[in-house]
Write a protein that binds this ligand. Structure first.
Ligand code: DAH
Length: 364
């Protein structure tokens, strides 16, 4: 009810003024939010028009009808104008929003970003394919390997320095004689124990060494091992096979050489070198044009190889009087470094998809 301290004016001029004030406020509102404030002020419960309306009841009976009609008309006019203004403002705001949020449907859509096979995986597949095309098979073995298979069966005796805990990662407890394989060569042994010659297999996979993590060493890396056991196999077959692989990896002009070396599981043994892909030998004996890649040697080491030691054949139950064979093993990361100029091995393990994408398609 209207309090005595707030007498409402219900006269025509007073009501006209209330209406005029309300219409002016609606016209001045520039947004829906401002119009809402004006609506509350001029049509809300405490607005002059509402107060005046409530005051009708306090008027003498004779004046009530007229005042009621006056206020009814006035409030209807105000409501009408309010509705119109609401319509105008919301139409204007919608138009503005449509402009602001306009999208160009002719722009190319954003395609979900695509990854790429990891370059190590791609290279393993590529190297495997070279051998599959020659009728070889892929063999695999476990990464946690028996110490006997990783070392003894390969003629690496108990005192061999590689068997120490500073080079090899042992699986606890140590008296279970399990290691994380330090090379893929135990897969040779597994294959020879498993099947009869002729054997033509390549064995790619992860290997582990207690190495630092830097640009040229990672403690987990990959090798590919090759093993051929048949009648009448000689070093010449080994050389031909390695040359074929080198050409498939680095192109037809690549030169390889075998440099005598020692491995307990092959006899004779060699390291296989690639002609330096940077200086192509031009830095040798040429102090004016030194080569950092091959240290001016003209050659870079790629892997190890040799004729399978008869002692290894014997420990795998193959008669060395009947069969002979060759084996080789090289690092996949090293191959990737030479082949694709990937200078830092850490890129190969950090998993940044940009590295994979930068070498996407390299395998074909
Ligand atoms: N297993 C050797 C290594 O990890 C590489 C190797 C050398 C493998 C000579 C062979 C081989 O099969 O005949 O360094």
């Amino acid at each position: 009810m209207l309090g005595p301290e707030q007498p409402a004016e219900v006269s025509q001029p007073a009501v006209d003024r209330m209406v005029a004030d309300a219409l002016a406020a609606f016209a001045a509102a520039g947004s829906s939010a401002e119009l809402k404030a004006a609506r509350l002020a001029h049509t809300g419960e405490k607005s002059p028009l509402a107060l005046a309306n409530r005051a009708i009841g306090t008027l003498p009976g004779t004046e009530r009808k007229e005042a009621g009609q006056r206020l009814g008309l006035a409030r209807a006019a105000v409501q009408q104008r309010l509705a119109d203004r609401e319509g105008e403002l919301s139409a204007a705001e919608l138009a503005e929003q449509l402009v602001a949020e306009r999208i160009d449907v002719t722009l190319p859509v954003e395609i979900a970003p695509q990854g790429a096979p990891h370059p190590i995986t791609a290279l393993i597949d590529l190297m495997g394919d070279v051998f599959i095309a020659m009728g070889w098979e892929i063999a695999e073995g476990p990464q946690a390997e028996g110490e006997w298979l990783n070392f003894d069966a390969l003629n690496l005796g108990p005192d061999h320095p590689a068997r120490g805990t500073s080079d090899t990662l042992f699986v606890a407890p140590i008296d279970h004689h399990m290691v994380l394989r330090t090379h893929t060569s135990p897969v040779q042994v597994r294959t020879m124990l498993d099947r009869e010659p002729p054997i033509y297999v390549v064995c790619p996979g992860k290997v582990y060494r207690a190495d630092e993590f830097d640009a040229t060493h990672v403690p987990v890396f990959h090798q590919i091992e090759g093993l051929c056991i048949d009648k009448g196999i000689s070093l010449a077959h080994l050389k031909g096979t390695l040359d074929h692989l080198a050409k498939a990896m680095f192109g037809d002009d690549i030169e390889t050489r075998m440099r005598p070396h020692y491995f307990p599981f092959t006899e004779p043994s060699a390291e296989v070198d690639l002609q330096c892909f940077v200086c192509h030998g031009a830095s040798v004996g040429n102090p004016d044009a030194p080569c950092r890649t091959c240290k001016s040697q003209g050659w870079i080491e790629w892997g190890g190889c040799g004729v399978v030691n008869p002692r290894v054949l014997l420990s795998c139950g193959i008669d060395p009087e009947v069969y002979s064979g060759f084996a080789f093993g090289m690092g996949i990361e090293r191959t990737l470094m030479f082949r694709n100029n990937a200078a830092d091995m850490r890129d190969m393990v950090e998993g940044d998809v940009r590295f994979s994408r930068s070498l996407k398609g390299m395998a074909r």
